[in-house]
Write a protein that binds this ligand. Structure first.
Ligand code: ADP
Length: 332
């Protein structure tokens, strides 16, 4: 299995964007359990980066290190240009963190939570109130602003958490599993919020267990497995890392099936289903060539399906989390 695709800048004007977050050989162990076994990361400024991995892979540990909540045992990391070992305060001033260790206090109202953040950031009182009102409005929390945060739904709490983070105008936001436990509507709402953050120029470093979330949001994805980066690249690059693209032809007539099998010798046979599987990238050119060969032999397939590897396939190929769902075939 190829191990890694080197990061390249996304918004291509040919210039390399500066890394907002970078890490080299980052290590962390708890007792004799190695959680991060020397990971390298590079997140260009103004992009969304997803650290994708199954439960217990070390995602939260990575976020805690990069957001200065805990220190690494080895390796170097830079956040917003600051060396975490030498100048953690400067890094901390440039970032916001939300997620599993949420800062929301349930006993006070949403608005009071916001004021507290404004005080922490030493905003003058009037300015603090203005910023709080603006952010509550932006995250659709004005109506609930005077209610205790403990009465908020999961989605509202996450929105308040992000609003609180934005009081400090961070350049980089770490979102640890931002949609775990949210219902589908709240989840899509959160995705929209993340896209808006990025269009405002914020760099987003998120962790997720969800492949569709990484595919949907991230410019670059690193798959974390067993304390190591198993692969890194854009969703498209990751999908190209693994084989598995194929065309499947199914026949109802055994004679047609036999002739097709002798015409397409590279195919894998499934004699029971009268189906042939041909390795293919699913491109128009390859499809045409397969169909042309069948045509010249006077054979017609009853069904043709194209399977292109998706992030699920990549994830399952790279991690030990289980087996892929084989039901996702595109019928063309
Ligand atoms: P993820 O966020 O990917 O689910 P974590 O970073 O939370 O993974 O945890 C990775 C591993 O490190 C887990 O096996 C977890 O039990 C262990 N771990 C995390 N924090 C601690 C800690 N403070 N003490 C001991 N073990 C820990």
């Amino acid at each position: 299995m190829p191990s890694s695709v080197m990061p390249t800048p996304r918004k291509g004007d040919g210039r390399q964007s500066p890394a907002a977050v970078s890490a080299v050989r980052l290590r962390k162990a708890y007792g004799d359990k190695t959680v991060l076994d020397g990971i390298d990361l590079a997140v260009p400024a103004g992009t969304v980066f997803a650290l994708l991995g199954p439960n217990g892979a070390g995602k939260t540990t990575a976020v805690k290190i990069l957001s200065t909540l805990i220190t690494a045992d080895g390796g170097q990391a830079h956040v917003a240009g600051h060396d975490l070992a030498a100048n953690p305060q400067a890094a901390r001033a440039a970032i916001g963190v939300t997620g599993q260790f949420s800062a929301v206090d349930g006993l006070i109202t949403g608005e009071e939570n916001m004021f507290l953040m404004a005080d922490l950031h030493h905003l003058p009182k009037r300015e603090g109130r203005r910023v709080a009102a603006e952010l509550l409005e932006r995250f659709d929390l004005t109506e609930a602003a005077k209610k205790p945060a403990s009465t908020y739904s999961g989605g509202m709490k996450r929105r308040l958490d992000i609003a609180m983070t934005l009081v400090g105008s961070p350049q980089i936001i770490f979102l640890d599993e931002p949609t775990t436990g949210l219902d589908p509507r709240a989840r899509h709402n959160m995705w929209q919020i993340i896209r808006e953050l990025v269009s405002d120029g914020v760099t987003v470093f998120l962790t997720t267990q969800y492949l569709d979330e990484a595919d949907e949001l991230a410019d670059r994805i690193a798959v974390l497995n067993d304390g190591r980066i198993a692969a890194e690249g854009s969703a498209e690059e990751l999908k190209r890392l693994i084989p598995g693209g194929h065309v499947r032809l199914r026949f109802s007539d055994p004679t047609a099936y036999q002739s097709a099998a002798s015409t397409l010798r590279e195919a894998t046979r499934d004699d029971e289903a009268l189906a042939l599987q041909i390795p293919s990238d699913g491109s128009q050119r390859e499809l045409r060539s397969i169909l042309d060969r069948l045509d010249s032999a006077g054979i017609e397939a009853d069904e043709l399906t194209v399977h292109t590897p998706d992030l699920d396939d990549v994830f399952f190929a790279l991690t030990t989390a289980g087996t892929p769902d084989k039901t996702k075939e595109d019928v063309r």
